[in-house]
Design a protein around this ligand. Sequence first.
Ligand code: PLP
Length: 373
Amino acid sequence: MSQINTVYMDNNATTALTPKVTAAMQEVQGLPLNPSSIHASGRKARALVETARGKIAKFVNAGNARVVFTASGTESNNMALRGLSGYKILVSAIEHASVLKLGVQDGVVPATASGIVDIAGLERLLRQFPGEKFLVSVMLANNETGAIQPIKEIAELVHNHGGLVHTDAVQAAGKIKVDMQDLGADIITISAHKFGGPLGAAALIFGKHVPLHALISGGGQEQGFRAGTLNVPAIHGFGVATAEALSAGDLKTISAIRNKIESEIKRIASDAVVFCKDAARLPNTSMIAMPGVPSETQVMHFDMAGIAVSAGSACSSGKVETSHVLLAMGVDYETAKCAIRVSLGKNNTMDDADKFVSAWKELYERAAISKAA
Ligand code: PLP
């Protein structure tokens, strides 16, 4: 097994399982758990799944909305956008690839320079679809910059035009409060592995008024909305993880570490750029450009120093692509290709911040010397 970074600052990519989630999953891993079976083992499986479902509904204050388990946030987003027949689909320019790359959109809502969806642009777009059925998909918090989107305002606007709202809350869940009813969202996506839960468990949560149909058909599981035998240990871990979301205390510490990193970097290099600094952001996320040094070089440099960070977006091949989020904000290409994302978690300390800043400074100074040579 290859070595693991000693300082992990890539929590928006995935998080470690919390000890409570690990213990809970270990207890049921290995048991024959098919919730569709009517014998005692099957009933135990069903009870685990329904308990998790209840916890997840409560976690996002879903009221009487349906909670359908899927295998990933990507699958949930696919279902939200592909599972509505006869609807026009509008998405924001800063969405995750699992929304943007489906090729189903009839319009793209622009973003402002501060990384927030442009409400005036959305309003203009809505006027182009009079009398049509439509869905607007805007994420609750951006995975690269951390910028929190005004979903409540968007939902009001979209509902006034007769449309439905989907919000991809994958990055928000567990870091800030996600209250589906307060937000007014009709459909939301969450994924367990972004907040201490396991890979392979996610949910699509939608009001009973939303005419979604299944993308995966077969055995009729999940009330016909998603066929396939459920991954019971992962779903159980998902439910347990809802109680493990970052506490107010964790968030205070994490944002203090993040603020220290940002202020130290600006002190070292006035030409460094911290994106979306003036927007409401997730407390754990920072996207920073080191001018003249490609993201990939930076990620490798930090890796050698034992620190895990990421370029804004990496496709599955591991190849780094220039952030479409920064480009949508109007950031110039040269700056955008020098951005990395730092995403902190419960286990980070001020000492980690010092290590990060010192590695950042080393690379910055080395780049300055080679520029001068
Ligand atoms: N949506 C956002 C905003 C994400 O950041 C991610 C993952 O990075 C996803 C969706 C996809 O989630 P999953 O990894 O569970 O497929």
